[in-house]
Design a protein around this ligand. Structure first.
Ligand SMILES: [Zn+2]
Length: 392
């Protein structure tokens, strides 16, 4: 496939040479081929660069530069830019011809991008880009390439045998072109005997959620929805799912209607919700003990029941909304120890070492502090309150 792509670029240059005049710089561009960092671009090395590598760094370019060498020393650019350097455009005919060839190459290169499904368990290795079996491209995710230690929360999720998170995506050879987090939770249903209260039988089901699908930058304009839909359908098939809740519901649905001519009524069964139907019940203390945190899209809130996608008034502890390894602590949500109210009247009492409210407390003048009414004794003679502990 690779050679085919190099050939189409070289063949096109040779074809254009017949009709369009070469520029003066034409012979300076060597080893023209498909770029290693973007399959829709070309890369080359100039004669003078080869010479200076040889003279100053004692590095030989060789007859067939390796992929690594290309990455390191080649210049990558668009086909249009390179062709404009290679040829001298004089007439409209030259220009039309040039653009026609460029668009043909473009279509060819795009058609040669494969869409192979991959499922990766090492979420931290993938995000940190330390897993070397993939080539990573910019895709709009703010966490790509951050230190591995930021992603320990995913290991924590995977420690629970009922929870699972993976990176799933599409690749062309080792090049990642689309990817998303796939969460799943095993949900148990117990049938309980009404008389004895014992469990008669247990069934379980797995619930999945496909989070935001990121597409490699170089394909975002041309095939954003298409790739999201491809990944969605492949995951649905791989896991044999009828329904797969997915964040990119609207893009996928419009693509399914457009390309696959799917009836709107049938769509309902594909993706019911854009949000997961479960939370991740990891221990919040374990989450708090982590040294670093990733920015998390969906399961952003650390609440007492675990990671959820809802802020609610659950009194969540942390919000995973930072890209620098930090997390945002939630505003303290204090309740009166006595009546349980949580309005602005609630304050901290040093005497009680608890939060109490105005309604449930009295002021102890000799202490300059308030305590719970239950812990105060009224002195009829002096008309002031004492703290019970002070008089017994
Ligand atoms: Zn109270």
């Amino acid at each position: 496939m690779k050679n085919q792509n190099i050939n189409i670029i070289i063949d096109s240059i040779n074809y254009l040479k017949i009709f369009v005049k070469e520029s003066d710089k034409f012979s300076e561009f060597l080893h023209i081929g498909q770029a290693t960092n973007d399959p829709l671009k070309v890369s080359y090395i100039k004669k003078e660069k080869i010479k200076s590598l040889k003279d100053f760094a004692k590095i030989e370019t060789g007859k067939y530069p390796s992929r690594e060498f290309r990455n390191k020393y080649f210049v990558s650019t668009t086909i249009e830019k390179l062709f404009k350097e290679l040829f001298t455009i004089v007439t409209n005919r030259d220009s039309n011809m040039l653009y026609e060839v460029i668009s043909r190459i473009d279509i060819h290169l795009k058609n040669n991008i494969k869409n192979d499904l991959f499922i990766e368990s090492d979420v931290a290795g993938f995000y940190s880009e330390e897993l070397k079996k993939y080539s990573y491209y910019k895709n709009g995710s703010c966490m790509s390439g951050k230190p591995k230690s930021y992603f320990e929360i995913y290991d924590l999720i995977n420690e629970d045998k009922n929870l699972d998170v993976k990176i799933v995506g599409l690749k062309s050879n080792d090049l990642v072109i689309a990817r998303a987090l796939l969460f799943n939770k095993t949900i148990y249903k117990h049938k309980i005997c009404e008389e004895s209260g014992k469990i008669i039988n247990t069934t379980f089901s797995k619930s999945y959620y496909l989070d935001r699908i990121y597409v490699a930058d170089f394909l975002q304009n041309s095939s954003y929805e298409e790739l999201q839909t491809k990944l969605f359908l492949q995951i649905k098939r791989a896991y044999k799912l009828n329904n797969l809740n997915c964040y990119n519901k609207s893009q996928i649905e419009s693509q399914l209607v457009k390309i696959h001519d799917l009836k709107r009524t049938k769509l309902k069964a594909f993706i019911k919700k854009t949000k997961p139907s479960f939370f991740l019940d990891v221990c919040p203390t374990d989450v708090e003990d982590l040294e670093f945190y990733p920015y998390m899209d969906t399961f952003k809130y650390v609440a007492d029941k675990g990671l959820t996608c809802l802020d609610e008034q659950t009194g969540h502890i942390l919000t995973l909304d930072c890209t620098d390894g930090e997390a945002t602590p939630a505003e303290p949500h204090n309740e009166c120890i006595d009546c349980g109210c949580s309005d602005e009247d609630v304050f901290y009492s040093e005497l009680e070492d608890e939060y109490i409210c105005n309604d449930c407390s009295v002021y102890i003048e000799e202490r300059g502090e308030s305590c719970l009414s239950d812990n105060a004794v009224y002195n009829n003679y002096s008309g002031v309150y004492h703290w019970t502990n002070d008089i017994s």
